[in-house]
Design a protein around this ligand. Sequence first.
Ligand SMILES: *[C@@H]1O[C@H](CO)[C@@H](O)[C@H](O)[C@H]1NC(C)=O
Ligand SMILES: *[C@@H]1O[C@H](CO)[C@@H](O)[C@H](O)[C@H]1NC(C)=O
Ligand SMILES: *[C@@H]1O[C@H](CO)[C@@H](O)[C@H](O)[C@H]1NC(C)=O
Ligand SMILES: *[C@@H]1O[C@H](CO)[C@@H](O)[C@H](O)[C@H]1NC(C)=O
Ligand SMILES: *[C@@H]1O[C@H](CO)[C@@H](O)[C@H](O)[C@H]1NC(C)=O
Ligand SMILES: *[C@@H]1O[C@H](CO)[C@@H](O)[C@H](O)[C@H]1NC(C)=O
Ligand SMILES: *[C@@H]1O[C@H](CO)[C@@H](O)[C@H](O)[C@H]1NC(C)=O
Ligand SMILES: *[C@@H]1O[C@H](CO)[C@@H](O)[C@H](O)[C@H]1NC(C)=O
Ligand SMILES: *[C@@H]1O[C@H](CO)[C@@H](O)[C@H](O)[C@H]1NC(C)=O
Ligand SMILES: *[C@@H]1O[C@H](CO)[C@@H](O)[C@H](O)[C@H]1NC(C)=O
Ligand SMILES: *[C@@H]1O[C@H](CO)[C@@H](O)[C@H](O)[C@H]1NC(C)=O
Length: 765
Amino acid sequence: MADYANETSGLTTSRPKTRNRKWLWIGIPVAIAVILAAVLGGVLGSRAHKHNNDNASAASSGPSPTGEAAASQAASIKEAVGLYPTGTNSQYLLPLYPSTTNTAAFTTPTFHESSNSALAWPKDPFQPSKPAPTSVRSDRPRIIAPKYKWDALPQLIKNDPYLKFWNDTIFGNATAYFPLDPVVYHMDGSSGILDNAREIKMRIKAFAYAYRMTNDTKWLDRTYQELQNAAGNGTTSFGPDGQDKWNPTHFLDTAEFTAAFAIAYDWLYDAWSAEQRSSILTSMKFYGLEVGLNAFSNSSTGWWANNIEGNWNCVCNSGLTMGALAVLGDDDSGLPEQILGKTIPNALENCIWAVSSDGTWAETANYWYFGTTGLAEMTASLLTAAGDDFGLLTNNPNLNLTGLYHMAVTGPGSLFAYGDHGPNKFSTTANALLFWGDVLQHPEYILFQRDQHDAPEPWSMFWYDPTVSGAFWDGMPLDLFFDNSTDQWGMMRSSWTDEDALYVGIKAGTLQGHQTHNDLDCGDFVLDALGTRWAGELGSGDYLSTGYFSSDDQDSQRWLYYRKRTEGQNTILVDRQNQLVTAHPTVKHDSSNTQQGSSTVLDVPSDSTAFWTADLSSAYGNGTTFKRGIRMLNGRKQVLLQDDINAPGEIMWRMHTNATVTTSGNSATLTIGDKKLQMTVVSPTDGVTLSTGPAVRFDDDPPLPPNQVDQPNPGVTVVMITLPAGQYSLQVLFNPQWDGMSASDFVTPPSVPIDNWSLTSHNSS
Ligand SMILES: *[C@@H]1O[C@H](CO)[C@@H](O)[C@H](O)[C@H]1NC(C)=O
Ligand SMILES: *[C@@H]1O[C@H](CO)[C@@H](O)[C@H](O)[C@H]1NC(C)=O
Ligand SMILES: *[C@@H]1O[C@H](CO)[C@@H](O)[C@H](O)[C@H]1NC(C)=O
Ligand SMILES: *[C@@H]1O[C@H](CO)[C@@H](O)[C@H](O)[C@H]1NC(C)=O
Ligand SMILES: *[C@@H]1O[C@H](CO)[C@@H](O)[C@H](O)[C@H]1NC(C)=O
Ligand SMILES: *[C@@H]1O[C@H](CO)[C@@H](O)[C@H](O)[C@H]1NC(C)=O
Ligand SMILES: *[C@@H]1O[C@H](CO)[C@@H](O)[C@H](O)[C@H]1NC(C)=O
Ligand SMILES: *[C@@H]1O[C@H](CO)[C@@H](O)[C@H](O)[C@H]1NC(C)=O
Ligand SMILES: *[C@@H]1O[C@H](CO)[C@@H](O)[C@H](O)[C@H]1NC(C)=O
Ligand SMILES: *[C@@H]1O[C@H](CO)[C@@H](O)[C@H](O)[C@H]1NC(C)=O
Ligand SMILES: *[C@@H]1O[C@H](CO)[C@@H](O)[C@H](O)[C@H]1NC(C)=O
């Protein structure tokens, strides 16, 4: 814990957390390229955005501006840089940052408050003195996007390259959905009709946005067509006729339909005829809110309300909250009030605690998307409708770290995607970062997310604070460690902005308490370098498989499936047995605390390093002792993975890769495209067998449940190192073959027991 405090203290971006943020000045160094005086009155020209790969050139002298002048200057710089590369078409859908030095633009993340309505949102006119969930603002919309924001938006779009790009993209998406048939009912056994619900929600958000921005009734009519279809009043049937149309036994579906109807009802409130409004309300109440209130006392529909700290609790409470807020005052049955009396306390008991004390999401890196989208939608809806978060932002004091968790778990070769990956995302994104960046005062979250491929969607238009400036990477530590016992994990990298960067993610953690979405994977790691992933994850098994979610007990059928078994992970297997679900590892780590600076190009100092070690003995039985350590070597150009192990049975080191692997003695060459990585077993030198094999179970003992099969893992090779029972320090060196680096530039590390690792223990070879 203490170590993590050290790590985050390296962040220069934390701000005093106040709702009415104080104006803060962070000096912009020296040269400012852009017209300053001209923009003081908010007269920003419509100059073409250019991709500025140069340093700011025109020198400016004198003191740095303050107040409105600083805000105008920051806006001009943003305009001059233009839309930064967004991750829409790269291999991993991550932004590709050019090699850029721009000391004027890429400064410490901050906000420049302004009262200029061309640059900043106005203050919300609704400021209740005694907020209550049931006393809502008098104007519409109430949910997420109040009227004063719609009024301000056109001018902000003109002056912000991101808002402009997102607005254009949303219109493009709405236009693409327009001619499609309404979403066709499809019951998928494992995920119910969740895909249907989320796709409808995604469409409705885009149509309703387009309507409000144009007043063109074609969008209103198209929205109504989608609503009628989902209410079973369309031209084709949509599910069963009774009150279980929205599949309340898989309540995520019900909740997401309710959210979709709430948005349509509220955003288009004044545009609907009285009859349409009443039809929408009737359907939402019958299929959503009534079964929703019942769920709080019905274990078949509402199990998620009872001690579930994960995405289910967040998504279900959020959908019901949005529905209740939308119709509050229009439905006089008392139902909306009763729902709000349940959902808020329930989310405060459960949902918000899925964020561990270190910011990690307790399920998996992918389930973070679902859970945090639900939590952000619920909180934002309450803030706009009722003027308060009612504790959702503050009761878990570490909610503010979950943005950092997401940034850390995102490697240059995509997510460190341990455990299950979840269903399709549709309306689910990482844009909760834009919301939290604003309300929890973390400008770096906004700066990170605005470049991402999933940023363009309606929520972003209202969550984004256009007064943000700087670069997320300026001041970001290269190493971050997360120590909560649920998911002890760490990541070390050589850059935040180089797609070729070296990145290691590794985990220990408990093997229970993840809503049955985890694998038996203590010691599991991923490795990225040279723009590709070398050691990777297999992801979800088939959610429909017998017993897949039965439990996380040792004898659970879940642990029969290859992708969930220890043999399906990048870790060590003893005697070909699964790890013990009772594992309770301990971890240690240290870092040179190197931070990236203003430039997207980072010259890593040669003594910059980090390591992470874990005692994983408790994951194994029969007296096995096992410590795993991983560290950066040679200015973060090489990686050493070491296992100090003493086991009474066969020891097998395993790593899954998409590479083509050729082995030769104690070395292997991994090839992906025209990139190569050399892997060498440095120790022991004798008695080691290095081999490759397919990503399938060794044998059928114990067998899979009747009639079940494992998914194939096409293209995946397992690299294996086997040793007979005994005591070893197994050391594997990974040398990515960087351009311009010759064989003699690689170091061979000394042999140091993991217990003796320090920042300097591997300096000499
Ligand atoms: C930008 O300025 C820095 C520091 O003055 C210099 O090292 C760098 O080469 C410049 N970059 C470009 C692209 O001009
Ligand atoms: C939003 O995008 C649409 C489609 O590109 C465009 O017609 C409209 O003018 C944009 N709105 C604003 C306020 O710029
Ligand atoms: C929206 O449109 C953009 C640009 O065509 C496309 O890349 C993106 O996939 C679309 N998003 C969705 C959710 O349909
Ligand atoms: C749409 O109509 C409303 C209400 O009449 C009006 O306030 C708004 O300015 C109109 N918006 C556009 C884009 O025409
Ligand atoms: C669908 O039809 C039912 C039954 O007539 C009606 O109660 C409900 O309001 C309708 N909903 C929509 C959205 O059309
Ligand atoms: C619980 O919910 C299910 C599904 O909607 C419903 O069939 C059942 O009647 C409910 N049970 C109670 C006690 O309300
Ligand atoms: C891990 O995080 C959870 C949720 O915030 C918290 O309840 C728990 O006490 C934390 N555990 C440790 C060991 O800090
Ligand atoms: C997160 O919020 C807590 C409680 O407000 C605060 O003490 C802490 O400093 C914040 N941490 C960061 C990294 O902003
Ligand atoms: C193989 O590549 C796919 C696609 O990028 C990725 O999802 C998967 O995790 C990779 N598998 C491994 C074992 O690296
Ligand atoms: C311990 O050893 C016994 C006998 O070889 C074996 O059956 C059992 O699976 C081992 N237990 C573990 C957890 O490896
Ligand atoms: C490890 O550290 C211990 C205690 O500091 C020391 O006695 C021992 O010699 C060291 N071993 C090695 C191999 O460096």
